[in-house]
Design a protein around this ligand. Structure first.
Ligand code: 1HE
Length: 263
């Protein structure tokens, strides 16, 4: 029996290209502001990914990637409910970061607040030239709540994050590229093609390697050196012992696999 299609909110669109699933923030009239419905919809999407999907591309409709948290939701949120709200974002963004498949985000226009927190929870970020980044929480009287204070300093350093939050300044696409907010910088309208090209490469990797890269590498980065070395040895041994590794290495030695060349 075919699995029932998950019910996703109107603010998310999903498409499939072979082993790649594309999930699109589709609330351009609100600049893809992230309301609870959308964030919970992302959880449903990632929880119900069909087995054949090996990588995901996340992008957005309209002129902006995301204006961040839907501020209209804060009108009624008490302090207690605010903690719970933030914990839900943590749960869902963690699920993305430490999920089954790598996620490539394609960013353009505003990548603000919670939108940047979402992008930071994904594995590869492609920026179009219109992309710009901001954390205006300071001026709104709030604080990051989607894991930004944990993830963003690891990308750009605490000091830059303090500057972004205290001053409300923006970084443009080229600055973001130099600082590590994006991994790839492409022309306007070229982001999706680049994102799909990258996702396709990722989908061609061994799932064991992808799992280790997504789930083990960031944990090692947070460990002391001695624990990191042990974890690395174990992970290396598990990966190289897999049938897939044996097949791939044999293919290279028999000259059937691609060389690593600079194009
Ligand atoms: C929104 C939101 C939003 C737009 N929540 N409704 N984020 C911010 O502080 C960014 C706020 N947004 C903006 O600065 C601008 O909207 C943009 C620069 C992104 C785009 O400007 P523009 O001129 O294209 O659009 P607009 O006219 O400002 O917005 C269009 C509509 O979207 C309008 O609603 P409408 O009913 O009047 O048409 C806006 O109110 C609505 N809209 N952004 C709610 N963010 C987990 S903690 C994370 C904390 C944060 O993310 S703080 C960052 C919040």
């Amino acid at each position: 029996m075919a699995a029932a299609k998950p019910r996703l909110p109107k603010s998310l669109k999903v498409a499939r290209r072979g082993a790649i699933a594309i999930v699109t923030l589709a609330r351009p009239e609100k600049r893809n502001a992230l309301n609870d419905t959308t964030v919970l919809g992302l959880e449903t999407f990632f929880d119900t990914l069909p087995a054949g999907v090996k990588a995901v591309v996340l992008n957005a409709e309209g002129r902006h990637f995301s204006a961040g948290l839907d501020l209209s939701e804060l009108k009624v949120l008490s302090t207690e409910a605010g903690v719970e709200h933030s914990r839900v974002w943590h749960r869902i963004f963690d699920r993305i970061e430490f999920g089954r498949v790598p996620v490539v985000t394609v960013m353009h226009g505003a990548v603000i607040g919670g939108g940047l927190e979402l992008a930071a929870a994904t594995h590869i970020r492609v920026a179009e030239r219109s992309a710009y980044y901001a954390l205006p929480e300071g001026s709104r009287g709030i604080f990051v709540g989607g894991g930004g204070s944990v993830r963003l300093p690891r990308l750009i350093g605490v000091s830059r994050m303090i500057d972004l939050m205290l001053t409300g300044r923006t970084y443009g696409a080229e600055e973001g590229q130099a600082l590590g907010l994006s991994h790839y910088l492409v022309g306007e309208g070229e982001g999706l093609a680049k994102g799909l090209e990258i996702a396709k490469r990722i989908a061609g990797n061994s799932p064991v390697s992808n799992f280790a890269i997504m789930n083990v590498l960031p944990r090692i980065a947070e460990q002391d050196r001695a624990s990191g070395f042990v974890m690395e040895s174990l992970t290396a041994a598990i990966a190289q012992g897999s049938g897939e590794a044996k097949d791939r290495i044999r293919a290279f030695l028999e000259k059937r696999a691609a060389k690593v060349e600079r194009k």
